[in-house]
Design a protein around this ligand. Structure first.
Ligand code: NAD
Ligand code: SER
Length: 323
């Protein structure tokens, strides 16, 4: 009953791997990614396969060799990179997912696939965005995420593949830097606050977006995968959120710990347009009702933990905020 994680070197994968191995054992969890450099590191802590998710034969070999029964399919191109390289984004996010779903059908695997707030668009209600609502995204990332949600639903309905997924908001974390998304500012801001006491933000004031701290993102994925299937009405693409803020609110929260911290703005029109097309705050009551979603971290708790963790890692003894 082994588990495969694709995109394991990424922001979410690099932390999901550790938690899955703690729960199910090191040898039962196989990490895979296309990033050979990061793979060398991953190899030190357990099984790793250098594998491109768009390569059917290679993915088949991995799934057969390790007797995989559960796949956390995280390999993807995120929103800002997808806007710069839309053809690559379609290939990885859709053709890669199609290959994973086909192999899951063939080998009887269950599949977790993250969707995103990016699956919504400018005509979606922005406040209390319903679980089931209009989805007409205007970014290539969003187009691939809606398509992915529908493809996962189809594989469940048509072939009985146990597909499940979450619509993640921006994920904030301190192990691996995010990989080319629009919500990355909410991670960068902490590194810059600790190192330089100043951050130049590429989104403008008043840009409210849903966010979540990594421990909740990991717990949510595993909890959903462990829920009895009969309890789930919305198998794929559950709205999940833990907090919603704009750059000013997160900066104010950081100032409570680092009073001299300053935020200034240099807006990137591409990422601003993407952010403006996304919800400000999703209604995640379906996830709460169907499988008990209940995040632990709010803005204050996440900020305190991020600052403490990064300070311990990045700041030499004697120079810490409270020294
Ligand atoms: P990331 O960019 O940090 O990591 C993605 C990983 O996929 C990278 O390590 C990359 O090397 C790998 N990859 C790219 N192309 C590949 C290929 N062809 N074959 C194999 N591996 C390949 O992304 P992440 O933040 O960890 O996101 C994981 C999933 O969660 C994605 O589906 C993403 O859309 C979704 N998601 C993330 C966030 C977030 O804020 N991080 C929010 C919503 C949804
Ligand atoms: N964090 C992701 C991005 O900005 C949301 O899916 O691309």
């Amino acid at each position: 009953m082994n588990i495969l994680v694709t995109g394991a070197a990424g922001q979410i994968g690099s932390e999901l791997i550790g938690e899955l191995r703690r729960r199910y054992g090191t040898e039962a969890v196989i990490a895979s990614d296309i990033n050979a450099e990061a793979g060398k590191e991953l190899q030190k802590s357990g099984p790793f396969e250098l594998a491109d998710c768009t390569n059917y034969d290679k993915m088949k070999e991995v799934i057969r060799t390790y007797h995989i029964k559960t796949i956390y399919h995280l390999a993807a191109i995120l929103s800002a990179t997808a806007e710069a390289k839309p053809q690559l984004a379609w290939n990885v996010n859709i053709n890669g997912l199609y290959i994973i779903l086909e192999l899951a059908r063939e080998y009887g695997c269950s599949v977790f696939t993250p969707s995103s707030i990016g699956a919504f668009g400018p005509t979606t209600p922005k406040i209390n965005t319903p679980q089931d609502t209009v989805q007409r995204p205007t970014s290539m990332y969003g187009v691939t995420k809606v398509t992915g949600e529908l493809l996962c639903d189809y594989y469940y309905q048509k072939f009985g593949v146990d597909t499940r997924g979450l619509r993640y908001p921006g994920i904030i974390s301190n192990v691996t830097l995010p990989g080319g998304g629009t919500t990355d500012y909410a991670v960068d801001i902490f590194y810059e606050a600790i190192r330089n006491r100043k951050y130049t933000c590429f989104l403008k004031k008043g840009t409210y977006l849903d966010m979540m701290y990594m421990p909740d993102a990991i717990e949510g994925a595993i909890q959903l995968m462990e829920t009895e299937g009969e309890k789930l009405k919305h198998r794929n693409a559950f709205n999940v959120t833990a907090m919603s803020f704009d750059p000013e609110e997160i900066a104010s929260e950081i100032k409570k710990h680092i009073p001299e911290f300053q935020i200034i703005y240099e807006v990137d029109p591409v990422r601003q347009a993407i952010a403006d097309s996304w919800p400000q705050h999703m209604d995640d009551s379906a996830a709460r009702q169907e499988w008990g979603w209940n995040p632990r971290y709010d803005l204050a708790g996440m900020t305190e933990d991020m600052i403490q963790t990064l300070q311990d890692r990045l700041v030499p003894a004697g120079e810490k905020i409270n020294d």
